[in-house]
Design a protein around this ligand. Structure first.
Ligand code: ZN
Length: 191
């Protein structure tokens, strides 16, 4: 019967979704580690291109949905509150480690997502016209791995040097705190 086979197909799809979810749960530890890097990751030397399967191995399910399927994290989420607390440092792409933003361009737009008024590495960012949802917006992507990061809005009246708001999904940013010179070098031993 046709309906029976449809039910089987739905059950299979649901099973697949479940197994993907549990995969994500299993890698939750790795996710926490990847959010804050101790030192700056090596910068990619050339464009990064991977299959969906390869991306799924290195990204959390949420990062995959944002970077590869252009989804948006919910506002006022965990990543946003972490972003607000972070001090000086740089923000790298969770997909390919390319530096994208730094704390120097960060500002509080009170919109529920991490906001920057500029990028710190212009060559690592590209913008694409986005006409989804019946509006015209400017999508922001990583220029190295082509991952979706968010959108950029201009002329909203923010008191920043550019009056631009790079509205970025915090889940796909890796924060690398600035190393204070002398912090890890034992000084004063020969004094
Ligand atoms: Zn990237």
């Amino acid at each position: 019967m046709k309906s029976a086979s449809q039910i089987t197909a739905v059950a299979l799809a649901a099973g697949m979704a479940f197994s993907q979810l549990s995969c994500g749960d299993a890698s939750a530890d790795g996710k926490e580690k990847s959010k804050v890097e101790k030192k700056a990751p090596a910068q990619p030397a050339k464009p990064v291109s991977k299959s969906d399967e390869e991306w799924q191995k290195i990204l959390t399910p949420e990062q995959f949905e944002i970077l590869r399927n252009h989804q948006t994290e919910r506002p006022w989420g965990r990543a946003y509150y972490e972003f607000k607390k972070q001090g000086e440092g740089t923000y790298c792409c969770a997909g390919c480690n390319a530096e994208l933003f730094s704390s120097k361009e960060k500002f509080d737009a009170r919109c529920g997502w991490p906001a920057f008024f500029d990028t710190s590495k212009h060559e690592n960012i590209k913008t694409v016209r986005d006409v989804a949802f019946g509006t015209v917006r400017v999508e922001v992507r990583c220029n190295v791995c082509d991952g979706h990061l968010g959108h950029v809005f201009t002329g909203e009246g923010y008191d920043t040097p550019t009056d631009q708001r790079y509205c970025i999904n915090g889940e796909v940013l890796k924060f690398v705190p600035k190393v204070v010179p002398g912090d890890d070098a034992p000084e004063g031993e020969d004094k």
